[in-house]
Each structure stands twice: as structure tokens, then as C-alpha cells.
Design a protein around this ligand. Structure first.
Ligand code: GCW
Length: 684
């Protein structure tokens, strides 16, 4: 009897220790091992650095760690030097980031001797598309942690606790800025009541090195200030913004600045008054300049009457190069359309020489399965960062033209559209946490590999003390780390395969951007929001002709890309249907016809997700039950959705190709008419 209860006690204990709701993210606190800290200064930031060390130290018992602020010419900005006895930095924040790196090294077993680490970008910013009523545009993990509908201005202890946890998580990966509201901004954001709440948030984030920024609506002077116009050259408008900036800096002396979405998707902007993006951006830049604030002006613009949406940011912004104040940064989405599963890099990156440009990535999976699909986004971002723009000759990668290596620029920055909400695990899908993590790590070091990032994340997240104590590391590496890593690294390409292979893009049904709808084109919807605009399927072939025979968008890229990509035989197949309208019988490098290749890719994507299910089923004993079940369920849904993508797209395109399904792929499980009918029913 005694034996049994002992055993039960043990099991219960293991199970209990094992249970996790994901709220801790990659920041485990295991057993506390004592450590001594030598640090001759006190400040809110340094106190946090010390507290983190005391709480999470897992190195030698009673080791002494020195934290020292010292001038060191190898250290830049908030960078740091790690050495066996501690951390050195030029700034307090450098110490904090060094401490987090030290802890990460311990937990992931990566040794170091003497190493300097400097951030690639000065500003590493999350953009929250959070609305003031608490909803989140393209958010899939609950309501906003910043705003709510009921009782919107009371700051509760719960609020403060969340904001602090959020700050720790960001600081641990080097994120140092947060834009608190949607780029589709409400003018009320700048009202006194909301600014008071912004101050409360900024006060919590500050000691963790996170600056606060706001998205602003360009027509705020009229909508909020009651002026007759918001014309950027109107003196009263200029005075209004100056005063507003002063009011903000009274409350938040280290306020970071504004993000603006102007003349895009119905948002107001300077063009409403016959002025340019530069006039608009400079107006705000002048208001913020005395306070050292910056403007991040988005280049996400497109006009319904244009023939090719992919050309538009370039055509509007490149002629303005050199016309922006030096506290303006143009914020450019990674691709020329809109966060699709795969796009070539945005040509604006290679084209602006005298204006600072920053990448905008989307961490929230708007077009990549939302919080249902397991898709690790780091390989996609890595692909973009490492793409060569050839701006100043070979080696002018997107990373290097944005991080100050090639163009002299006052500010360097990178932004990620956040995937967090009030869900206990912050991100909805347990694996979506990896995308938040990866964004921060790449923002700190834009030459990290996805392989390294995922290795860190899996180890930090899943290699809990209970596992360490019961399972040999060799076994865990072999049976958990290796297969889960492989699955994650493959997951982005799998999504490309089952959604939009070979350069296809924007095939979504309706505005929810989740399921397939290559047929979707209601009469009352702008054509550049509908899939037929992008895939251009007809009986001759498939794909968008962006060569000289078509819209010539390819000419926005430097040599040798422009000629490589405009030539069918030298265009990389992953961009083929992005740049070309290709005959169905065209012979691909695999020897298959285009039609055969599409069939193979869509089906392969489905098989990849089925393999992810198998991988996951085999790692059950290394994961807590709740996480295991949650991921297992989501993978089931992902498989079903991948099948739907394959069946819908292939049968729809078959209507044009009129070619049979190859016999060696899984045949459609549901017929096209039923798929369309169900989809319509869902929307009614
Ligand atoms: O990706 C698209 C989204 C919109 C978003 C817009 C943008 C915030 O579908 O929801 O609006 O881009 O980036 O401005």
C-alpha cells in the first residue's frame, strides 16, 4: 500500500511539475541555484538585471558574476561583452541584454569564452494592431493586453502585471520598442484620457528598455482637434502637431515617436490635400524633432485603379528619396504585396539610398494559418534578409541595406507585427511563441540562422528541469530536439506548398485570409483584393506577367535580378508565377509540366503536414499533456485545411489546364462545387 501511494505521489508530482500553460514563454524558472553578483551601481535597469540573474541562474553554485559598465570600443549601442566572470557594456541596457544572453547560454549549453554581441538594428520594435476597444486586427490570441472596451481608463494590478511580463519577455530577446495601437488608428488615441493610459504603460515598460510609440491618424488635427483641415502645409495644422507632441513628451519624456499608415486602404493622408508622402512625414518629423522622436512612415500603399499592386510602393516612394527629414524611416513590408506565404523582397529596399528604410515583418500569421497552423516564420524572414538587392553591387542584402552597413543613416530599425493577446499562452498556438522569439533574435542579430534560433527556442521552452532530471540529454536531443527542429524548419515551406507554391499569391477566400478561394471575386469588392487578379488563370496558363510583356514590375529590381527574373528559364521556380504567365505544359526543372508540378507541390504540402502529425505523436512523453493535446488537435485541423487548399486550388485550376490529376498523388477528397457551396454558406 505504502509503495503504491509512493508511486502515485511520484507520478502526481512529475505530472504536476510537468504541467505548463505556456504563460512563461521561453523564460523558465527552474530550481534556484545561488549566485553572487558584483555590481557597483544601482538603477531600475541594473536592479532588474540582477533580479533576473538571481532568479534564473543555472550555472555553478555560488559563482561570482560581475556586471560592469565600462567604455569598450568594440561594444556598440546597447551591445555587451560576455566573459566567464560576467558582463560588460557601455550602457545599463547592455548589461540587461548581456545577462539575458548569459542565462540563455547556460540553459542551451552553448559555451563562450570572450564574446562581443552588438545589435544589428538600433530600434527593434513590435507593432500591435490593437484597437482601442480591445479587439486586435489580425489578432488570433485573444483581446488586447493594452486596451479594453469596459472601464477603459482604470489601470488595474492585473494590467500592470501583464505589461511587466510582456516587458520581461521582450527585453529577454532585445526588443526595445512597442507601438501600442493599430496602424488603422483612431484619432482618439491622442486624446488626453488615452494618453494618460499610454503614460501608465510607458512607466511599466521603461525600466526594461522598451520605448513606447503610437500609430496616429493623419487627419487627427481635423477629427480630434476640430481644425477645418489636416493639410500638412497649413500653419495651424503644423502648430497642432507641435502642441500635441509637447503634450505627449510632458507625460512620457522618452516617447519614441509615431507610425503612420497614410493614403493606404482608405486611411487619410497628405495626398488628400495634393501633398506628397514626404510633406506628410516631414510635418510629423518636425513636431517630434525637438524631443528626438522619430516617424516610421509606412510604404504599404496601393491604388485600386493601378494594373499591378506590386509596383506601387516603389513608384510612389522612390521619386521622393532624399526628400525626407533624417528622423523619418520608411517602413517597408518584406514583400511588394502583403505578407504572403512567399514573396520576393520588396524592391523599395534596393532603391532608397538617401532615406532610411526599415523592414516590417508580420509575426501574427494573418496569411499563414493564423493560430491554427504550425508555421515557423524565421526561415521566411531569413530568406528576405539574405536576399541580395544588388543596390551597391553584390552583397547588398536586405539585411545590409537596412542595418546601416551600406547606407549611412541616423536611425536603423526593424518592426514585427505582434501575435500576442490576452490568451494565457500569449500567442494562441504554443509554437507561435517561437515566431515572437525569432523576430526578437533576428532583430538583434540579422545574420543568425533559423537553425540556431529554433535550437534555442526548443531548448528554452521544452527542456524543463523535470525532463533534465529524468531523461538523458542524448535521448532528448535525439528523440525530441532533432525531430521537432526538423518539423519547425520545414513548416514554412510546407505551408507555401499546400497554399501557394511556385510563386502563386493571394489566393484567399474573402477578407479573413484563412481558407482557399482562387475563384473568389464578388462584384462589389476591389479587384486587387480578389485572387483572379493575382493568379490570372486562363486556358493558356497561370501566373502574373510582370515582365516587359506585362506590367514590367521586374524592372524595379537591379541587375542582374531584373534580367534573371524576367527570363522564364532563369527565374527561380519559387518566383515563377509571381513574374510570369506560364503555359500549363511548360517543362519545369523536375521534368514535370507546370500542371504536374503544381499537383505534386500541393500534394507534397499535405503529406508534409501529415508527417508533422507523426512526428508530434512520437514525442508525447517529452511534453506536458496540455501542450501535447493542444498541438495534436491543431495539427489535425491544419491537415484538414491543407487538404482543402490542395483540393480547392487544384480542381479550380484544372478547369483551365484541362489536364488530368497525376495518378501518384492523393486524389481530391471533396469536389470543388461542394467546397465552394460550403464556403458560401459559411459567409451568409
Ligand atoms: O495585411 C493587411 C491586412 C490589414 C492591415 C494592412 C496593413 C492593419 O489585411 O488588416 O491593416 O495589411 O498592413 O496596413
Amino acid at each position: 500500500m505504502k509503495k503504491i501511494s509512493c508511486l502515485l505521489g511520484f507520478l502526481f508530482c512529475v505530472q504536476g511539475l510537468f504541467a505548463t500553460d505556456g504563460h512563461q514563454l521561453w523564460l523558465r524558472t527552474g530550481k534556484t541555484i545561488p549566485v553572487k553578483i558584483s555590481c557597483d551601481r544601482h538603477s531600475p535597469v541594473l536592479d532588474i538585471a540582477q533580479a533576473e540573474l538571481l532568479q534564473r541562474w543555472s550555472g555553478k553554485e555560488n559563482a561570482t558574476i560581475t556586471l560592469a559598465i565600462k567604455k569598450d570600443k568594440w561594444i556598440q549601442g546597447d551591445g555587451f561583452r560576455l566573459h566567464p566572470n560576467g558582463v560588460e557594456a557601455n550602457t545599463e541596457l547592455g548589461i540587461l541584454y548581456g545577462v539575458f544572453e548569459l542565462l540563455r547560454r547556460q540553459q542551451t549549453g552553448r559555451l563562450f569564452d570572450d564574446e562581443v554581441s552588438n545589435p544589428s538594428y538600433q530600434l527593434r520594435i513590435l507593432n500591435h494592431w490593437d484597437n482601442l476597444d480591445g479587439t486586435i486586427e489580425r489578432g488570433y490570441a485573444g483581446l488586447s493586453i493594452f486596451w479594453r472596451k469596459e472601464d477603459p481608463f482604470t489601470v488595474t494590478s492585473e494590467d500592470m502585471k501583464r505589461w511587466k511580463e510582456y516587458a520581461v519577455a521582450n527585453a529577454s530577446i532585445g526588443i526595445n520598442g512597442a507601438v501600442l495601437n493599430n496602424v488603422n488608428a483612431s484619432p482618439l488615441m491622442l486624446s488626453a484620457d488615452y494618453l494618460t493610459r499610454v503614460k501608465a504603460i510607458a512607466d511599466v515598460l521603461r525600466p526594461y528598455g522598451i520605448k513606447t510609440y503610437l500609430s496616429v491618424k493623419f487627419s487627427s488635427p481635423a477629427l480630434l482637434g476640430g481644425l477645418p483641415t489636416s493639410d500638412p502645409l497649413d500653419p495651424a495644422v503644423r502648430a497642432w502637431w507641435k502642441k500635441k507632441a509637447e503634450e505627449i513628451y510632458q507625460l512620457i519624456p522618452d516617447f519614441g515617436g509615431f507610425v503612420v499608415k497614410a493614403n493606404s486602404e482608405g486611411q487619410p493622408g497628405p495626398q488628400d490635400y495634393g501633398r506628397s508622402h514626404a510633406d506628410g512625414a516631414n510635418l510629423l518629423a518636425d513636431a517630434l524633432q525637438p524631443h528626438r522622436g522619430i516617424v516610421m512612415w509606412r510604404a504599404f500603399v496601393y491604388n485600386p485603379s493601378e494594373k499591378d499592386r506590386a509596383r506601387q510602393a516603389y513608384s510612389e516612394f522612390v521619386p521622393l528619396d532624399g526628400k525626407f527629414r533624417n528622423n523619418v524611416i520608411i517602413q517597408v513590408k518584406n514583400g511588394p504585396i502583403d505578407f504572403q506565404p512567399r514573396e520576393p523582397f520588396n524592391p523599395v529596399f534596393g532603391a532608397m539610398k538617401k532615406t532610411a528604410v526599415m523592414p516590417e515583418f508580420q509575426i501574427t500569421q494573418e496569411y499563414l494559418g493564423q493560430s491554427v497552423h504550425l508555421v515557423f516564420l524565421s526561415p521566411m524572414w531569413e530568406e528576405i534578409l539574405k536576399s541580395d538587392t544588388y543596390q551597391g553591387g553584390k552583397g547588398s542584402t536586405v539585411a545590409r541595406v537596412t542595418d546601416g552597413s551600406i547606407n549611412q543613416q541616423k536611425n536603423t530599425a526593424i518592426a514585427g507585427v505582434s501575435n500576442i493577446g490576452l490568451d494565457t499562452n500569449w500567442c494562441g498556438h504554443p509554437f507561435a511563441q517561437a515566431n515572437w522569439y525569432a523576430f526578437g533574435r533576428l532583430a538583434w542579430n540579422n545574420s543568425l540562422t533559423s537553425e540556431q534560433i529554433v535550437h534555442e527556442w526548443i531548448t528554452l521552452t521544452f527542456y524543463q528541469d523535470t525532463i533534465r532530471e529524468t531523461i538523458a540529454s542524448t535521448e532528448w536531443n535525439l528523440n525530441f530536439l532533432a525531430p521537432v527542429k526538423a518539423m519547425m524548419l520545414e513548416s514554412n515551406e510546407a505551408a507555401v506548398n499546400y497554399m501557394m507554391p511556385v510563386g502563386l499569391h493571394h489566393l484567399f477566400a474573402a477578407d479573413e485570409h484563412y481558407g482557399p478561394g482562387p475563384w473568389w471575386a464578388p462584384k462589389n469588392v476591389r479587384s486587387d483584393w480578389t485572387p483572379p487578379y493575382y493568379h490570372q488563370a486562363d486556358t493558356a496558363g497561370l501566373g502574373f506577367d510582370r515582365t516587359t510583356n506585362g506590367t514590367n514590375a521586374v524592372s524595379q529590381y537591379h541587375a542582374p535580378l531584373a534580367s534573371q527574373w524576367s527570363n522564364l528559364s532563369t527565374c527561380p521556380e519559387m518566383y515563377l508565377l509571381w513574374f510570369h504567365h506560364v503555359p500549363w505544359t511548360y517543362s519545369m526543372r523536375s521534368g514535370r509540366t507546370l500542371w504536374g508540378e503544381l499537383c505534386y507541390r500541393y500534394d507534397h504540402g499535405v503529406q508534409q503536414v501529415k508527417d508533422f502529425q507523426k512526428t508530434w505523436n512520437q514525442v508525447q512523453r517529452y511534453v506536458d499533456t496540455a501542450t501535447f493535446m493542444a498541438v495534436q488537435n491543431k495539427l489535425q485541423l491544419q491537415t484538414r485545411n491543407a487538404q482543402l487548399w490542395r483540393d480547392a486550388c487544384l480542381q479550380y485550376f484544372q478547369g483551365y489546364s484541362r489536364m488530368p490529376f497525376p495518378s501518384d498523388i492523393e486524389q481530391p477528397m471533396e469536389n470543388l462545387q461542394d467546397i465552394i457551396r460550403n464556403d458560401m454558406k459559411k459567409r451568409r
